[in-house]
Design a protein around this ligand. Structure first.
Ligand SMILES: *[C@@H]1O[C@H](CO)[C@@H](O)[C@H](O)[C@H]1NC(C)=O
Ligand SMILES: *[C@@H]1O[C@H](CO)[C@@H](O)[C@H](O)[C@H]1NC(C)=O
Ligand SMILES: *[C@@H]1O[C@H](CO)[C@@H](O)[C@H](O)[C@H]1NC(C)=O
Ligand SMILES: *[C@@H]1O[C@H](CO)[C@@H](O)[C@H](O)[C@H]1NC(C)=O
Ligand SMILES: *[C@@H]1O[C@H](CO)[C@@H](O)[C@H](O)[C@H]1NC(C)=O
Ligand SMILES: *[C@@H]1O[C@H](CO)[C@@H](O)[C@H](O)[C@H]1NC(C)=O
Length: 406
């Protein structure tokens, strides 16, 4: 659904707040064809004293482009976009400013556009005010990229959103792409969309634009939008190929691994690793040694005690020298090493069992050949079976007096 390429016209106070024809056609088309349109009120002001040569300002949401007409031909214009403390400024030579996806500002908090003509003291201000009920927009929007190419985005329903509110997520990964709607929503109670799962995400252009709008029978729902640098939300997989090589004579172990898989290639020096080694019989929370962090791909474990068993795990995070997420990623699967003691016990047990079996067999065959079983194990005299005897006596007693009863 092409929600975002809809042209939104700016109404001009001097022009009686009327939409231009194209804008009006687009507005009608927009309202008729779209199930859940975006709500934005666009207002322009200009100084009372002079009539501005700049008119018909239009914001094209899909192209992130501000365009305008001018009654005079000026060689240069300067566009600015201001939201809170943030400002983007762009000098241009034609009558449009296209803000790139890497260098734009979200619109949901409202935004001020200004077009100026250098050295001419001409300034035109327009305000973009999102419509809809306060507190109906989603909150706490966040995304995470994991397992290299999967991404989850989640949000909370606005605290004032009516019960029947439904939210829809659109996103685009580069300036030239069209917005696409989420294909796999995560649903909450009443089937409300509370998140979206993405597959085959690639960190191509590093910034993505996300927009979540909503619809309800009762009231207009405010939209939420944000630009997110995708590399900052990647959660790294565990380091690969973790291995331990212990030498008992030197009493040390060399631990090696490889950098985690990432959504797009990063050099080795972009990562650092936390090595976590604990004795197997010691609980994680009782571990006394502080965590070890290294930037290399090998680590020498020196306090190795051959008689102890250890559990090793490693996780990675990005270093701030590169554009990567600096939060810790997944732990590697725990690896146990230093099994000397257990091995010894197992071998000992095995030897004892084998020895016992061998000795028993040997004795058995020797006896079979050279000695009589009867001599070694004389038959055990059978004890008198009291029950059987008394039973027999009863029968006899019965047989003794058959006739006396009849
Ligand atoms: C969003 O997160 C903040 C801080 O974690 C929390 O105080 C707030 O209640 C959350 N909003 C909603 C709608 O859950
Ligand atoms: C992503 O969402 C799915 C579905 O809700 C969930 O099972 C999975 O644990 C989520 N993954 C992360 C890393 O949040
Ligand atoms: C975006 O959509 C427009 C109109 O639907 C189409 O002409 C254009 O080719 C699309 N662009 C891309 C990159 O898909
Ligand atoms: C790294 O990504 C996680 C989500 O996986 C996010 O919570 C965290 O804020 C990110 N850290 C930075 C420094 O961007
Ligand atoms: C990890 O080791 C396996 C074999 O043990 C090898 O096939 C694979 O290429 C290694 N991974 C990397 C990233 O080198
Ligand atoms: C372990 O280290 C020793 C000496 O450092 C080396 O000779 C041996 O090949 C290594 N074993 C493996 C499996 O890497």
């Amino acid at each position: 659904m092409e929600v975002l390429s809809a042209q939104a016209s700016l109404s001009l106070s001097r022009e009686g707040k009327m939409f231009d024809t194209l804008g009006l056609i687009c507005m009608i088309w927009w309202c008729m064809t779209l199930f859940h349109p975006l709500h934005a009120d666009l207002q322009c002001m200009e100084p009372e004293t002079q009539e501005s040569p700049i008119t018909s300002m239009t914001w094209n949401w899909g192209r992130m482009e501000l365009s305008w007409e001018s009654s005079k031909n000026f060689p240069h214009y300067i566009c600015t976009m201001t939201s809170g403390d943030e400002r983007r400024r762009m000098p241009v030579e034609n009558r449009k400013c296209r803000f790139s996806i890497e260098d734009s500002l979200p619109l949901h908090r409202g935004i001020n556009f200004t077009i100026g003509v250098p050295d001419m003291n001409i300034l035109k201000h327009c305000q973009f005010i999102p419509e809809g009920m306060k507190g109906s927009a989603i909150e706490n929007f966040s995304c995470v990229i994991y397992n290299v190419s999967l991404m989850n985005c989640t949000w909370r329903a606005g605290r004032n959103a009516p019960e029947d509110t439904q939210y829809f997520l659109y996103w685009k990964n580069s300036s030239d792409e069209n917005k696409t709607e989420c294909e796999l929503y995560i649903k909450g109670e009443n089937g409300m969309h509370i998140g979206c799962r993405f597959q085959n995400v690639m960190i191509k252009d590093e910034t993505a634009y996300f927009l979540v709008n909503g619809s309800s029978k009762d009231s207009q729902i405010q939209f939420y939008d944000d630009y997110i640098k995708l590399y900052t939300i990647e959660r790294f997989t565990a380091p690969l190929n973790v291995s331990v090589n212990c030498t008992s004579d030197l009493e040390d172990c060399i631990i090696t691994w490889q950098k985690p898989l990432t959504s797009y290639w990063k050099p080795e020096h972009c990562f650092e690793y936390e090595i976590n080694i604990r004795k197997k019989d010691e609980l994680e929370k009782d571990k006394k040694d502080p965590p070890v962090t290294v930037v290399k791909y090998t680590y020498e474990f020196k306090n190795y005690n051959v008689k102890k068993q250890y559990v090793l795990k490693i996780r990675a995070r990005g270093r701030s020298v590169c554009s990567v997420n600096t939060s810790w990623g997944e732990w590697s699967e725990p690896i146990e090493f230093g099994q000397e003691k257990d091995y010894f016990i197992v071998v000992l047990l095995l030897l004892i069992v084998l020895g016992t079996i061998l000795v028993t067999l040997l004795l058995f065959f020797l006896c079979k050949r050279y000695c009589s079983f009867k001599r070694i194990f004389p038959p055990i005299p059978q004890p008198r079976d009291k029950f059987n005897i008394s039973h027999n006596e009863n029968i006899q007693t019965e047989n003794m007096f058959p006739s006396s009863l009849s």
